[in-house]
Design a protein around this ligand. Structure first.
Ligand code: BGC
Length: 248
């Protein structure tokens, strides 16, 4: 079965149909720039454009950059505050005419990695961290996800971790890899002291550059880049919609 996976990011919204038995994209991904301010209506229009691009009629899974409880957006750090309190499942189902299931972007990326990527077979505690416009987190134990952990907002020196250690911070401040690795290490050491994971999986666009910073990290846990690199969000969004799609 195929499900259209869409990842809503701070800079781009991208999607592709995914074979949910293998985690493989069945067509080339299609990306549109995130509209400035990421207001609900504008984002819904982009999502509809992606749905139309693939002439899609089936179920759609969407990874959204905020915690989602029973379809409702609870917080919007990097998209318009107008999303907060909205039922994104219902809103986007109406906008696209498809059956839409929305989940947190990092949670769904984690699902992709645990199902087909760097976390396959890991039974201990695995923490996936996505580094992009913000920092997302997904925590698994025994392969089971604890959703909406939001550890990008962990305070370090009175500031949200994502303000200092996201990939956007690295680019904004034009940090060398060495300087950036130091910041990321500080964040991961803090996470390690709180959760003692067996493995950290690093996702987001920056996962393709992992050779520049993973060797500089000093955490005890095994640190690996996401196998799906930046596509974990698309694959995971489709996987997360799977149980919904199986319902009559
Ligand atoms: C949001 C998270 C999201 C992360 C990555 C954070 O600002 O609060 O929900 O997972 O950014 O997009």
């Amino acid at each position: 079965m195929e499900i259209l996976g869409i990842d809503v990011g701070g800079s781009g919204i991208k999607g592709a149909p995914v074979n949910i038995s293998t985690g493989v994209l069945t067509a080339e991904r299609f990306r549109i720039k995130t509209p400035p301010g990421a207001e609900p209506q504008a984002v819904a229009e982009v999502i509809t454009e992606i749905v139309n691009h693939f002439e899609w009629k089936g179920p759609v899974g969407i990874g959204f950059p905020g915690p989602i409880k029973h379809g409702i957006v609870k917080l919007a750090a990097n998209v318009s505050a107008d999303w907060v309190g909205m039922n994104a499942d219902e809103f986007l189902t109406t906008a696209t005419g498809c059956d839409v299931t929305v989940g947190n972007d990092a949670d769904v990326a984690g699902l992709a990695e645990m199902s087909f990527g760097a976390g396959v077979g890991q039974q201990g505690t695995v923490v996936m961290i996505t580094l992009g416009t913000g920092i997302g987190s997904a925590v698994f134990h025994g392969g089971v996800l604890i959703p909406n952990t939001e550890f990008g907002h962990l305070e370090i020196e009175g500031e949200d971790a994502e303000i200092r250690a996201s990939d956007a911070a690295r680019q904004r401040e034009d940090l060398s890899w060495k300087k950036y690795a130091r910041r990321l290490n500080r964040y991961l050491l803090r996470m390690e002291k709180l959760f003692w994971p067996d493995m950290f999986i690093i996702g987001g666009g920056i996962s393709k550059d992992s050779d520049h910073y993973i060797p500089l990290l000093t955490v005890e846990a095994h640190v690996v880049p996401a196998l799906f690199l930046n596509e974990a969000g698309i694959v995971g969004a489709a996987l997360a919609a799977r149980s919904q799609a199986a319902q009559p």
